[in-house]
Design a protein. Structure first.
Length: 533
């Protein structure tokens, strides 16, 4: 199987020195797992030869859809698991009425699990409902070894009443999309060979199997000059830790990009639901785990939207006149559906030269089956210790979302840097200090100080002495109750994925430095934990 086949990105300097129509070497980065060994290689597609092939020890690649299907079948066929289901009243096991979700195994701290390719399978009663996440069969977990193709352990912590409500949701709209060329015209945009042009902006886009939507060579037309703003940008990792010490939940701390092939989960977008009816809907081709091309229909949308505010305006009392111009934005969107969650990733461009990445989350909350039906029940206090009762017998467990973005910002060239912006200056001038090295730039987030960052272009490029930058306020680190702090292995993995680290043992507070791993830079904003979301 091929856990990953994607573009081996060309040399940055060669790309920047290139010109339209120039042919670049087409190479693919390939990750293969064979006989429990992971290999990484680079293939020259034009020459038809293998350039590099290396074994990578002590790692696990992303879980493929084929492996998820195998885990479901292995679980349902296991005698010990079937016996546990029978004790819960499921005398005959009908796979059509069950939904079993293989979940990344996480870090349990059990030495016997180290180095094994495991998933933990929890199941739901799906009889009579399309909302398969609404009826968890709580207190039962199967640990599946994907290499040995067997259940190595069944974890039982006691039977819990299964919700009998359907918790149904409405069906999708049937509105059709407008023709692509009409949609592009409506958005005042042009699309050619993967390059989008809109007003003063131009950029290249592609969908990556791992990281999802990638925007590159983002430029702004300033007079007669195209000014480079961003060489490459994408989601780096999405860390989702749940905060319940129950053995059936404590392992749930997922890395949705690296473990689950975030981009491969991009779902088809529906007109008038996911994007405006007049949006341009774009396809993408990705390689699946068998090495074959898979076409994703309408997995990206592009549209212009009116902000409802003026780009500029002025009312002149002397002449009793008002002049102005409405503001518009261009939005490039994907929606990745990973299990119960749907993540909306928007790249937004404005006419004022601003770039925003907006992230939204929707879908179905991950719920835990409990005995409590009402908050007046005697069991309510214990059952809702780690979440919120959202329906009879269902608690939405507290958790968080940490997103790290890989942003290679080349504002007017690669020789830009990063520095603090205190926002407090004396009258008559200002002194701007930049961080000369990466290590000097690492800071712990302090909510009280209101730290801001500014990225500055090279002084030789500026038209005047004022630096070009975008100030950004640091995010608020979440305060996690000490009893829900993740196990040490999970904290280590989270640090590598998000750049977050504990400030002091026992305080339950996380901080957000700027992190850099190899050529990947990530700015992470940590937010307060969500209750049941």
């Amino acid at each position: 199987r091929f856990p990953l086949i994607t573009l081996a990105e060309p040399d940055k300097q060669a790309v920047l020195a290139g010109h339209p129509g120039q042919n670049f070497a087409r190479k693919a980065l390939v990750v293969v797992r064979q006989r429990r060994i992971v290999y990484e290689g680079v293939v020259d597609l034009a020459a038809g030869k293998l350039e590099r092939w290396d074994a990578v020890p002590n790692v696990q690649p992303a879980i493929s859809l084929d492996e998820l299907t195998d885990a479901q079948k292995i679980t349902i066929a296991d005698p010990e698991w079937r016996a546990a289901m029978q004790r819960r009243g499921y005398v005959s096991i009908d796979p059509a009425k069950l939904f079993c979700a293989p979940l990344p195994a996480g870090s349990s701290g059990d030495p016997s699990e180290q180095g094994r390719r495991l998933v933990r399978v929890t199941c739901f009663d799906a009889a009579g409902t399309k909302n398969v996440w609404s009826r968890p069969i709580e207190g039962l977990l199967a640990i599946v070894d994907l290499d040995e193709k067997k259940v190595i352990r069944v974890v039982e912590t006691g039977a819990v009443s299964v919700s009998r409500e359907t918790h149904a949701f409405q069906g999708a709209s049937t509105i059709s999309a407008v023709p692509l060329m009409t949609a592009l015209k409506n958005a005042h945009a042009a699309l050619e060979d993967g390059v989008v042009r809109w007003r003063q902006w131009s950029f290249h886009y592609r969908l990556d199997r791992r990281g999802g939507l990638i925007v590159s060579l983002l430029r702004y037309r300033d007079g007669d000059r195209d000014r480079l703003v961003l060489y490459r940008g994408s989601l780096g990792e999405l860390f989702v830790p749940y905060m319940d010490p129950d053995p059936n939940w404590a392992f749930r701390a997922w890395f949705d990009v690296g473990e689950n092939d975030f981009g491969f989960m991009a779902s088809p977008l529906k007109p008038a639901i996911d994007c405006p009816a007049g949006a341009a809907f774009l396809d993408a081709v990705l390689a699946d785990s068998r090495g074959e091309a898979r076409l994703g229909k309408s997995v990206i949308c592009l549209f212009e939207r009116d902000t409802g505010a003026p780009l500029w305006r002025h009312a002149e009392g002397a002449t009793a006149s008002i002049a102005g111009q409405p503001a518009a934005e261009l939005v490039l969107r994907t929606i990745e559906s990973l299990g119960n969650y749907d993540y909306i990733i928007d790249w937004v461009l404005t006419e004022t030269g601003m770039v925003r990445i907006e992230v939204g989350a929707t879908g179905i909350v991950m719920v835990k089956g409990v005995a409590t039906r009402s908050m007046t029940d005697s069991s309510a206090a214990k059952d809702t210790q780690s979440g919120t009762l959202v329906a009879p017998n269902l608690v939405a467990v507290n958790h968080d979302h940490f997103l790290s973005f890989r942003l290679d910002l080349d504002i007017d060239g690669a020789q830009n840097t990063l520095g603090p912006d205190t926002g407090r200056r004396r009258a008559g001038g200002s002194s701007i200090r930049m961080w000369p090295t990466l290590s000097a730039s690492i800071r712990d987030t302090n909510c009280g100080s209101g730290i801001r960052r500014r990225r500055c272009c090279p002084p030789t490029i500026r038209r005047n002495t004022a630096p070009v930058f975008r100030a950004r306020r640091s995010g608020s680190p979440p305060t996690i109750p000490p009893s829900f702090m993740r196990p040490a292995p999970t904290r280590t993995r989270a640090k590598a994925a998000t750049g977050c680290r504990p400030m002091r043992r026992g305080t339950g507070r996380w901080t957000t430095p700027i992190s850099c791993y190899g050529r990947r830079s990530a700015f992470t904003t940590c937010r307060a934990p969500r209750t049941g979301r």
